[in-house]
Design a protein around this ligand. Structure first.
Ligand code: CO
Length: 653
């Protein structure tokens, strides 16, 4: 079976693995299976949420910073859930907060003019409905397709402006139809071009068959599983490689609290961001110094840059519409993760509010990463240290694509966030003649449209406290002058970002721009402010005409960096409700107030990703495309903090 969110189990879980019996509750622990059930039950009991309703999302309402700071281990834990639900029969949408501690609804508000996130249940129900519909069966038969078992209906959502006028008040899906060339084959190898049914997801009925044109399928080979690749012979010269830690890994996971060498943090998980890292600190000088309050991926926007009939609707908000958490798949030891692995299970929910388990959702392990530092001295000989890193990762399958998320912590105080994109590209067939110019030829009369994957990381940094300032840092080469006769002089210009308007930043290659987050009231041993720098990676411009209705839904991607003052309710850069949205209700709306961000509790929104100009080598399954950005200490320490890393056993010292 293929589809969004494959590889997950339908069985509700008890406690996630790793949440040891001795671990006490923490206010940031993700909701448990019982808490999901309780949140739904309270709304059914007190607000008449009945049979015709769906739960779009249920998540922990995290305490704000002040409440967290005041909380002591072992203290009372106030548990609150935030819920979005809607009534299918009238389309009315509500967002609610529910106190799990007090067993009551604390708010219940109608939200007008919005559609909640798309759900897996709707995706599966639409598939089941379409394969029963006589009109669909007839349209497929017209194309010679009679084996429905080999058809895949992949429902997408889309933007308000692209929905036909007469359907705009409905909850809409448009559907891609794919066909497996052989049983168990790759459905995405065979697009059923020109066939895009439109579905009312609330009534769960077919509105239009959407049969616009027909392309005679070319004879292609798009299989990647070795048993289906004709004549495939596997290389025979790959010897076993094993990673072993005979004394166990060097991290400690207690409940959701993780500590490794000098790092400490908490692991969170929700339907939308998936993996969340809380309270990231570094032990230094006998205390834990704050680095980040919360790190997550808050949005992913994937516009396909192909205006042809099969593709113009194809802009996915993989986080805002579908949810990186909902799409998270179970990991396999020895395949996804190598070495001494600890897994954390996750629990989410279905649209009836029943818990749904994702076993082995999050992987924690250590990796060797080559040399950390080295010098060979003529007299003293060599000093060399190997680099170890702690990796926290999870994988999401969003229909044809896989996103692999890695947060890595290093011994020199650096943090790296890496995204790997893999899976199967969308391809399309064209009639004999000229190929449309919006993609790359990958097989006979088959091209893969160009597209972009914009990821927005929400970085709530707290460098040695909450009062931080972001500086834009540019290198400037000075002109030749009396002081600079050879034109060598290079200076670094740090410009404080004082307001949200100034906080809208673009990357500048010509000055090797980066952004530094400093705490001007805390000084290092050199007397300069402590700080971390955001080292940009994977930055690229959005490249949209401002008149495009697509960019209006995702204005957040039009800058590499945004800075806002902390507000626990400002979480979604393209707005809370991206599904069928018309305008971006997130960053552009918040920052229009132009609030002060200097010497303030601030949040950075970093936009990066993959400008995917497709290659033949990306077909039929993509070797991972990898992008990352770094957070590196910049004056946070007085010198290399990894001088104390011991030499490998039997060497140096
Ligand atoms: Co891509």
């Amino acid at each position: 079976m293929s589809g969004k969110g494959d590889g997950t189990s339908g069985h509700p879980a008890g406690h996630p693995a790793g949440q040891g019996a001795g671990a006490s509750r923490h206010p940031l622990d993700p909701l448990s299976a019982a808490e999901f059930r309780q949140a739904a039950a309270i709304l059914r009991r007190d607000r008449g949420v009945g049979e015709t309703w769906r739960f779009a999302s249920i998540e922990l309402r995290e305490p704000d910073k002040a409440a967290l700071a005041a909380w002591q281990p072992g203290g009372a834990v106030q548990r609150e859930a935030r819920v979005v639900c809607w009534n299918r029969s009238d389309g009315r949408v509500y967002s609610a907060t529910v106190s799990l501690t007090d067993d009551e609804v604390t708010s219940f508000a109608r939200r007008t003019g919005v559609q909640p996130n798309a759900t897996l249940d709707e995706w599966h129900e639409a598939d089941a409905m379409l394969r029963r519909d006589g009109r669909m069966i007839a349209a497929l038969a017209d194309r010679g397709i009679t084996d429905l078992e080999r058809v895949l209906f992949d429902t997408w959502t889309y933007g308000h402006a692209l929905v036909p006028q007469e359907h705009r008040s409905r909850r809409m899906g448009w559907v891609d139809v794919w066909y497996r060339g052989v049983a168990g084959g790759n459905p995405y190898a065979h697009p059923v071009n020109g066939l895009h049914p439109l579905v009312d997801l609330n009534r769960m009925e077919l509105l239009e068959v959407g049969d616009s044109h027909h392309v005679d399928p070319p004879d292609t080979m798009g299989e990647y599983a070795p048993r289906l690749v004709p004549g495939q012979r596997l290389r025979a010269d790959v010897s076993p490689l094993q990673i072993s830690q005979p004394d166990g890994a060097s991290f400690t996971l207690t409940g959701h609290a993780l500590s490794w060498q000098k790092w400490s943090l908490r692991i969170g998980f929700n339907y939308r961001e998936g993996l969340v890292l809380h309270q990231v600190g570094y032990h230094d000088g006998g205390r834990t110094r704050a680095v980040a309050h919360r790190l997550s991926l808050a949005e992913m926007v994937v516009p396909y840059r192909d205006p042809t009939p099969d593709h113009y609707r194809r802009t996915a908000f993989d986080i805002g519409e579908w949810g990186l958490g909902f799409m998270t798949t179970s990991l396999e030891r020895g395949c996804d993760c190598l070495g001494e692995i600890t897994y954390l299970d996750a629990v989410l929910h279905d649209t009836s509010g029943e818990p749904r388990a994702i076993p082995r959702a999050i992987c924690v392990h250590e990796e060797d990463n080559g040399v950390l530092w080295k010098h060979v001295d003529q007299a003293a000989g060599a000093e060399v240290r190997r680099m170890r890193r702690l990796v926290i990762s999870c994988h999401a399958t969003v229909a044809n694509y896989e996103y692999l998320v890695y947060w890595r912590f290093y011994q020199d105080g650096s943090i790296e966030c890496e995204i790997r994109a893999t899976g199967v590209m969308v391809v399309t067939n064209f009639p004999p003649g000229r190929q449309p110019p919006y993609g790359t030829l990958v097989d006979e009369r088959t091209y893969a449209p160009f597209h972009q994957h914009f990821v927005v990381a929400r970085l709530d940094l707290d460098i040695d406290g909450t009062q931080n300032t972001v500086y834009c840092s540019d290198s400037e080469a000075l002109p030749v002058s009396a002081d600079n006769p050879y034109g060598l002089a290079l200076v670094q210009r740090d410009t404080p970002l004082r307001t949200e308007q100034q906080g809208k930043q673009d990357y500048r290659w010509s000055t090797q721009r980066y952004w530094k987050v400093a705490n001007d009231s805390v000084r290092n041993g050199l007397g300069t402010p402590v700080g971390y720098k955001l080292v940009p990676g994977g930055c690229f411009p959005a490249m949209f005409d401002p008149r495009s209705p697509v960019i209006r839904r995702a204005e957040a991607i039009s800058h590499a960096l945004w800075v806002t003052p902390y507000d626990r309710d400002e979480r979604w850069p393209c707005g809370e409700f991206c599904t069928q949205s018309e305008r971006d209700q997130g960053l552009p709306v918040w920052t229009a107030r132009d609030r002060p961000i200097e010497d303030a509790d601030i949040v950075l929104w970093y936009v990066f990703g993959i400008h995917h100009v497709t290659r033949p080598e990306d077909w039929p399954v993509m070797p991972v495309d990898t992008v990352s950005f770094w957070l590196k200490p910049d004056g946070f320490f007085d010198r290399n903090p990894a001088l104390d890393v011991p030499a490998s056993p039997g060497h140096g010292g």
